[in-house]
Design a protein around this ligand. Structure first.
Ligand code: HXC
Length: 535
């Protein structure tokens, strides 16, 4: 059964034989236009398909387990009067809402139907969304919104705005309690864009999804700037520049498939444990490949995602914000069956430095993982923060503080693996012992220090080098001495800042054992209304 078989949903089919004839007629009449709408190739549906978009029910069929959809408010219709709406009161009011399962686990969903009033949101439409959001919160299940809408229904005036406010307020109430996923599959304009922005994860599809507070016409009227919908708020813009979209896809099928994958990695709510699989022997797993992936030379680039793929079960992971702030990598995956969030510096992009965007991206990810009980593994190879006026004037101090705050606050099991180098403030921020990591592991070739040898020697021995007869010879001696004394993991390990110096081949096993050791970690935090994260 699919969600398109409207007569079959809500158990109507099963009830029919017992119903009196008059009731049967009533049901048939009521359902006629709904059935027609769902299967017909009416003009609006044809337009939808011509744009490369599916109908709301087709999307739900792709998203949910077959036959699992339970629809609510199928008959709901608007009660508005006036401008073009009095005589046109289609059932559903332009949004299909209810619940279903993904891999057998309950989720609540709503899918806006662009073929009815352009999916615009009026009072009835909003009330349906409020209803499923309330049920998601009450039952502790994720809420998934499929957005395809012209925004606030103009004919319903302030009641439409009130409807949006009700969504936003519920999103904030549900934040950190149930996972929230927003999927943008068409227009999402004006204040409506705050719904994806408030969600934990936002998906967009290239070519059809567009999201902006003010569209191209308003932009042109206000500033004279001419810009296309795609260039103003398309998926590539939000996936690569603004960071509003966590995932970008080429088509609706792969997008909804990835939503299913994401849900399979998340707990239903903050009191549930993330969905673990059977352990797969990772605690004994040796991987010689680790050592060959990471070059010993501190400045040679490599792809941290290859390290991640060796670390996680079956090499499988889901990367969040792949196209934005790629100098830090944030992924969800499993180690020995347990879901983990991995944060890694990416030496392939900007040499892996932290900057404003990377700090914001990683901070939001760390906070999500912490809120939903997902342990954190941080893979550190960081030369520092990106220097320069652009960063300083753009508030890199404020943004860097977000990541620092997020780690300091996190009470989930935390493991730091220092893969190659960790310098200065960026070392501290990347979940060092001092800010509360539970277990710090380092590879023997590590460089952990306030700064690299070259910079350090120039600062400490500036006078000696200036006075030396052979400054280059002296510099080489001092560099060697500095490196030998300070720039290796044993210096930190002797002082308890690194718990173990491990053979790279043992990394997966050591992380898996660490996670097992920390599994029942509980931390009581002091009572307060809330902290004041540097937003
Ligand atoms: C009522 C709307 C509508 C809306 C579209 N429609 N948006 N009806 N309220 N907001 C209707 C159209 O009248 C049309 O009806 C049908 O939906 C399809 O729309 P088209 O314009 O034919 O589609 P298309 O060419 O694909 O353009 C889609 C669009 C455009 C880009 C979304 O419709 C548009 O610009 N709409 C207005 C967007 C907007 O400004 N929304 C308000 C944003 S402010 P018929 O009967 O002709 O088929 C906002 C505030 C929220 O949302 C505040 C929250 C805090």
């Amino acid at each position: 059964m699919t969600t398109s078989d409207i007569g079959h949903v809500n158990g109507h089919q099963a009830l029919r034989p017992e119903l009196p004839v008059r009731t049967m007629d009533l049901l048939r009449d009521r359902n006629t236009d709904l059935r027609d709408r769902a299967v017909s190739d009416g003009e609006a549906v044809r337009r939808q398909r011509a744009l490369g978009k599916r109908t709301a029910r087709e999307r739900l069929d792709l998203l949910l387990d077959p036959g699992s959809f339970i629809e609510v408010d199928l008959y709901r219709r608007h009660q508005a009067h006036g401008l073009k709406v009095s005589d046109h009161r289609p059932h559903t009011d332009g949004v299909v809402a209810g619940s279903g399962t993904i891999e057998g686990r309950r989720v609540f969903v709503y899918a806006q139907d662009f073929t009815i009033f352009g999916g615009s949101l009026g009072q009835a439409h909003a009330a349906k969304i409020h209803k499923v959001m309330d049920m998601a919160l009450a039952t502790g299940a994720p809420i998934i919104g499929l957005n395809d809408s012209g925004g606030a229904r103009i004919q319903e005036g302030v009641m439409a705005l009130d409807g949006y406010g009700g969504i936003f307020r519920r999103q904030v109430e549900a934040s950190g309690v149930v996972p929230q996923i927003s999927v943008v599959l068409g227009p999402c304009a004006g204040g409506a864009a705050y719904s994806p922005a408030l969600a934990d994860f936002t998906f967009m599809v290239r070519g059809t999804a567009k999201m902006y507070l003010t569209g191209p016409d308003v932009v042109a009227a206000v500033s004279g700037e001419r810009v296309s919908h795609e260039d103003l708020g398309g998926a590539s813009v939000h996936g690569g520049l603004s960071g509003v979209a966590s995932f970008v896809h080429d088509d609706e099928e792969s997008c909804l498939e990835d939503v299913r994958y994401l849900v399979s990695l998340l707990p239903g709510n903050n009191l549930e444990s993330p969905p673990a699989l059977e352990p797969c022997g990772a605690t004994e797993d040796e991987r010689a490949a680790f050592a060959s992936i990471v070059p010993v030379e501190p400045n040679q680039p490599y792809d941290m995602r290859v390290v991640v793929s060796e670390l996680v079960d079956d090499g499988e992971f889901l990367e969040v914000h792949e196209g934005w702030a790629a100098n830090v990598v944030c992924v969800l995956g499993r180690v020995d069956g347990e879901v983990v969030g991995l944060v890694g510096n990416q030496p392939m992009v900007l040499a892996g430095v932290l900057d404003s965007a990377a700090a914001q991206k990683a901070a939001r990810f760390v906070r999500f993982c912490d809120a939903f009980g997902i342990p954190l593994v941080s893979l550190v190879d960081v030369p520092g923060f990106l220097p320069g006026t652009e960063q300083e004037h753009g508030g890199v101090i404020r943004h860097g503080a977000k990541l620092l705050y997020a780690y300091c606050e996190a009470t989930v099991p935390r493991i730091q693996v220092i893969v190659r180098k960790a310098y200065g403030g960026a070392y501290i921020v990347m979940d060092s012992r001092s800010i509360g990591t539970d277990l710090s592991l380092a590879w023997p070739t590590n460089e952990i220090a306030v700064m690299g040898a070259e910079g350090a020697v120039n600062v400490i021995f500036r006078k000696e080098l200036a006075a030396a007869a052979d400054p280059e010879n002296l510099r080489a001696e001092l560099l060697a001495e500095y490196s030998e004394q300070l720039v290796h993991p044993y210096y930190a390990a002797e002082r308890g800042l690194v718990d173990d110096v491990i053979d790279p081949a043992h990394t997966r096993a050591a992380v898996a054992r660490g996670l097992a050791m920390l599994k029942d970690k509980r931390k009581v935090t002091p009572a307060r209304k809330h902290g004041n994260v540097p937003l």
